[in-house]
Design a protein. Structure first.
Length: 572
C-alpha cells in the first residue's frame, strides 16, 4: 500500500509541477537539453527510471494519449506518434533489447514492437505482450501466455495461465517484465507453478503455489503456503518456512517469518543476518548494498541502512527510491527532488519538481521555469559520479563520434564490462567498419545463428557473435552474458574480430614481464593486439597496464573496451 501511495503521489507531482524550488546545488550540474518543446503538463511514461537502453518515452497532456520518444542526447526521434495511457500500465513501456512494445489497435487488439527509429518490426494480434528478455517476449492470446522471438515467430505456443515477474510474492506481469531470467521462466499451468526453458520444456515441475523469477542463482517458491528457495536444478536450498519472501539481491533476501509482522534479511544459506529492528521497518530489498527503512509506526519519513544493518541515513525524507548507479533519489517537501550518495551526502540538493532515478548514467528531471504559470522544463541530467578517467576521455569521445559506442552503452565508464556488452561492441564495430548488416556478414561467411547454442540467452546479437566466431561459451550450453571478461579474454575476442575484418597478423609483438602467466589459448591473441596499432595515434590496440605487465586475469573496464574498439577500427 505504501508503494502504491508513493507511486500515485509521484504521478500527481509529475503532472502538476507545483513545487517551490530550493537554491541551486553547490556543484555545477551537467544538463543536456531536450531538443523539442513539451507542455508543462508533460509526463515521463516510465516512473522510476526514465531512460532505458538510451531512450525515454514522454507524453504530453496537450495531445491526449499520444507519446514521443527522445534519446539520451536530447534528440527527438519522433513526436506524438503512438497512443499510450500515461496513467495506465504504459508507464512501464520502454525499450528492451532494442525494441519497445506499443499498442497499435484496440479492436482487434494489436501490438507492435518498434525499433529505435519508430519502425514497426513485429506486429502481433494479442491480448497483451511483454518486453523482450533474453531474446524472447511473452504474449497473451485467448487467455494463455506463450513466447515469440525477434522475428515474430512463436517459439513457445500459448498454454500458460500466468507468467511471473514478481515483487515480494506479488505477480506483476502487467508491468511488462514477465519472461525469462537466467534461461528459465516461471509460469503457471493447471493451477500450479513451475519453470520452463526457451523451448517450452518443463525443467522444474509444476508443483508450486507461487514462484518468483530466478535471481542470483535462486528462486523463491511457495509450497503448502510456505516460502523457500530452490536452485536452477530444482534442488531445495532453503526449506519452505517463511510467511513472505522476496528474490535475492546483493546476496540477501527480504523475508517475514510466521507469527510476526516484522521483516528481516537472510543470506543464501538461510541464515538470518539482519534481524528485525524494534525501531525501524525494513521497507524494501537491498540495491547496491543499501535498503530503504522507515521509522516503525511513522511511514512518511524514509532513510537507508547498509548490508550490516547499520543505519546510514536516518529517516528524514518524505520519499526515497532505491540506490541506482551510486545515487538515490530523495524528496523533501517544500524543496523538491534531489540525490544522495551512500554516505547520505546530498550530491545534488533537492530542487527539481520531478525526477527519475539514474539509469544508464542519466536521469530525466523537471527544472522550474521562472514564469507566471509556475511551469517546468524537462532536462536530461548526467550522473556526476559517472565520468571516464581523464586519460580515457579524448579517445572515448572519438569512439562515440565514430558510432562505435552504441547509445545504450554510453555510461558506466569505470564499470567492468560483461561478456554480452563486449560481444555487442565487437559486432557493432564490424557493422560500422564494413557498412554491412549482421545478416550480410553471416551470409558472406556462410554461417547461421544457432538458437539452440546456449541455455542462458536467445539474444540474436550474442548468437550472431558466436556464429561469427567472435565469442564462444564459457562451458557447454552456457554463454554467461552477465559474466565479466578478463584482459586476455578481451584480447582473444578482439583478435577474432580482426580476423573477420581481414586484418593481417603482425609478428612484431610486445613481450610482457608477466607473459608466462598468460594462458596458452590467449598467447597468440595477446601478441596480436599488442602489435597492431591505431593509425591515428600509433598506440597498440592493447598495451601494458604499467610496469610492462599485461595483467591477463584483470577485469576489463568499459572505458578500456571503448578505446580498444576504437583503436582496432583505426588499424590499417
Amino acid at each position: 500500500m505504501k508503494k502504491l501511495i508513493s507511486t500515485i503521489l509521484f504521478i500527481l507531482i509529475v503532472f502538476s509541477g507545483y513545487l517551490p524550488v530550493s537554491k541551486a546545488a553547490e556543484q555545477p550540474l551537467d544538463f543536456v537539453d531536450i531538443k523539442a518543446d513539451f507542455g508543462f503538463k508533460s509526463a515521463i511514461l516510465y516512473g522510476e527510471f526514465s531512460f532505458i537502453d538510451g531512450f525515454a518515452w514522454i507524453g504530453d497532456a496537450k495531445y491526449g494519449r499520444q507519446a514521443s520518444l527522445v534519446d539520451r542526447d536530447g534528440n527527438l526521434i519522433f513526436k506524438n506518434k503512438f497512443v499510450m495511457d500515461a496513467f495506465g500500465r504504459s508507464d512501464h513501456i520502454h525499450f528492451s533489447e532494442g525494441l519497445s512494445r506499443v499498442e497499435v489497435s484496440s479492436k482487434p487488439k494489436k501490438w507492435a514492437y518498434i525499433d529505435t527509429k519508430g519502425n514497426e518490426v513485429i506486429v502481433i494480434e494479442a491480448d497483451n505482450v511483454m518486453n523482450f528478455q533474453e531474446g524472447l517476449a511473452a504474449f497473451k492470446k485467448d487467455g494463455k501466455w506463450g513466447f515469440i522471438d525477434k522475428d515474430g515467430d512463436v517459439r513457445v505456443r500459448p498454454q500458460f495461465e500466468e507468467i511471473s515477474n514478481s515483487i515480494r510474492g506479488i505477480i506483476v506481469s502487467e508491468f511488462g517484465y514477465g519472461g525469462f531470467k537466467d534461461g528459465l521462466a516461471a509460469v503457471k499451468k493447471s493451477g500450479k507453478w513451475g519453470f520452463i526453458n526457451y523451448r517450452g520444456d518443463e525443467v522444474i515441475p509444476f508443483k508450486y503455489d507461487l514462484a518468483l523469477d530466478f535471481n542470483e542463482g535462486l528462486a523463491a517458491v511457495k509450497l503448502d503456503d510456505k516460502w523457500g528457495y530452490i536452485d536452477k536444478d530444482g534442488k531445495v536450498v532453503i526449506k519452505s518456512q517463511f510467511a513472505e519472501a522476496s528474490s535475492f539481491n546483493d546476496g540477501l533476501a527480504h523475508i517475514r517469518k510466521f507469527g510476526t509482522n516484522k521483516y528481516s534479511f537472510i543470506d543464501k544459506s538461510g541464515k538470518e543476518v539482519i534481524k528485525p529492528n524494534p525501531e525501524y521497518e525494513y521497507f524494501d530489498d537491498f540495491r547496491e548494498g543499501m535498503a530503504i527503512i522507515t521509522k516503525d509506526g511513522i511511514n512518511d519519513l524514509y532513510g537507508f541502512m547498509d548490508s550490516t544493518g547499520e543505519v546510514i541515513v536516518k529517516p528524514k525524507y518524505n520519499e526515497v527510491k532505491s540506490f541506482s548507479e551510486g545515487l538515490a533519489r530523495v524528496y523533501v517537501e517544500g524543496k523538491g527532488y534531489g540525490y544522495i550518495d551512500k554516505s547520505g551526502k546530498e550530491i545534488i540538493k533537492p530542487q527539481f519538481t520531478s525526477a527519475s532515478s539514474f539509469k544508464d548514467g542519466i536521469a530525466l528531471v523537471s527544472v522550474r521555469v521562472d514564469d507566471s504559470r509556475g511551469a517546468s522544463t524537462r532536462k536530461i541530467l548526467m550522473n556526476p559520479l559517472d565520468k571516464p578517467d581523464v586519460w580515457a576521455k579524448s579517445e572515448i569521445e572519438e569512439a562515440i563520434s565514430l558510432n562505435l559506442v552504441p547509445i545504450e552503452m554510453k555510461y558506466g565508464y569505470k564499470n567492468n564490462i560483461t561478456r554480452a556488452e563486449f560481444s555487442k561492441l565487437a559486432l557493432n564495430l564490424l557493422t560500422v567498419k564494413t557498412g554491412k548488416s549482421i545478416d550480410t556478414l553471416l551470409q558472406e561467411r556462410g554461417v547461421t545463428i544457432n538458437s539452440n547454442a546456449f541455455d542462458d540467452t536467445q539474444d540474436n546479437i550474442l548468437l550472431a557473435s558466436n556464429a561469427l566466431g567472435i565469442v564462444s561459451g564459457k562451458s557447454k550450453g552456457i554463454f554467461d552474458p552477465n559474466g565479466l571478461i578478463t584482459r586476455q579474454e578481451a584480447a582473444v575476442m578482439l583478435a577474432r574480430t580482426a580476423k573477420v575484418l581481414g586484418i593481417p597478423e603482425n609478428i612484431n609483438s610486445s613481450v610482457f614481464s608477466d607473459s608466462e602467466s598468460i594462458a596458452d589459448w590467449a598467447k597468440d591473441a595477446v601478441s596480436f593486439v599488442s602489435a597492431v596499432e591505431d593509425n591515428t595515434n600509433h598506440a597498440a590496440v592493447m598495451g601494458s597496464t604499467g610496469g610492462n605487465k599485461f595483467s591477463p586475469y584483470s577485469n576489463y573496464q568499459k572505458q578500456q573496451a571503448f578505446i580498444t574498439i576504437k583503436r582496432l577500427f583505426n588499424v590499417k
